[in-house]
Design a protein around this ligand. Sequence first.
Ligand code: NAD
Ligand code: IPM
Ligand code: MN
Length: 358
Amino acid sequence: SDIKKIAVIDGDGIGPEVVAEAKKVLRKTEELFGYQFEIEHGLFGGIAIDEKGTPLPQETLEMCKNSDAVLLGAVGGPKWDNNSKELRPETGLLGIRKELGLFSNIRPAVVFDCLKEASTLKPEVLDGTDLIVVRELTGGIYFGEKFRRNTEFGEEAVDTCAYNVMEVERIVRQAFEIAKTRRKKLASVDKANVLESSRLWRETVNRLAPEYPDVELEHVLVDNCAMQLLRRPSSFDVIVTENMFGDILSDEAAMLTGSIGMLSSASLGEGSFGLYEPVHGSAPDIAGQGKANPIATILSVALMFKLSFGYQKAGDLIEKAVKNVLDYGHRTGDISTDQTNVLSTSQMGDQIIAAMKK
Ligand code: NAD
Ligand code: IPM
Ligand code: MN
């Protein structure tokens, strides 16, 4: 039979806690669908710095390259915040994305009706919100030249933002293709009134647009987009944008759903291989307390099934189980309006696997 190799990386902070629940879901689908997953674990992030002296050990990278998909918790924490760049967990994250060619980061933000109360926004504003942020992941200011130099005004730090046509084309094409399968609306977000890289971005989008005549395209400046996301979130379908804008806008979009603990993501390249991780970080403020919401990571498994394995039914089943558990009223602290009655991370995971029925 068809055995899928999954590289599992716990990472730091709440990473191991949320990944443990996602693994329960993997095992449950083996039971229900007869799938076989070969799970390997690797060190990555802060814990890898502590144990191997580098955030992205070569053997972890090899393990990922030899797998069909990667499931990642989160990395980072105060312990490593003052380290030099090479010894930062985040540097490992950027490295793994680059090394694996994962230029496209898909971040869906879907509002569950029963969670509208958990959001800080008015329920009527959230009605029907179902959008995807397609974030460019291996270019822009994250990967541009960086250096420091001395000036007469003291030390100066420089980060450069660069995009070439190939990088813009491949992410924008993916976004158009995704829009074609949905409500056929694409918002391209840039800062073309100021940035040269954004002007090339916009020119490129406009050059490709005629190839997708059925997709309605709008250009939105990033500052306006940040505002429109709160004003009219349900009017967005697919949002495509560069690396840092996508990072910021997806955290903002998280609050439409009630919590960053709800947002899953897929990082993809040209093939079916993908890295799946929650949008949130290692949440040091709640780590080790069983408070983390595992749903973002569990929904990332659903994305893995659909986008890397073609297991559409199993992916749908996971999403339906999450919805049922929330509809029933189960909540972790981040999405609860009543803090006296909340589930722990593992209790939430248990409820979700119990709700997984064919
Ligand atoms: P964060 O996403 O870790 O936390 C922000 C807030 O959201 C915190 O109050 C946290 O408790 C809460 N939160 C996050 N995930 C949650 C969950 N699953 N359930 C309930 N509440 C949750 O962002 P931060 O505090 O800015 O960053 C902390 C560390 O994580 C930093 O070192 C940062 O670099 C790293 N980080 C890593 C990733 C990643 O690995 N992909 C992503 C973002 C941040
Ligand atoms: C994310 C994170 C990372 C990013 C950090 C930890 C490097 O915020 O995955 O959204 O900025 O891409
Ligand atoms: Mn982020």
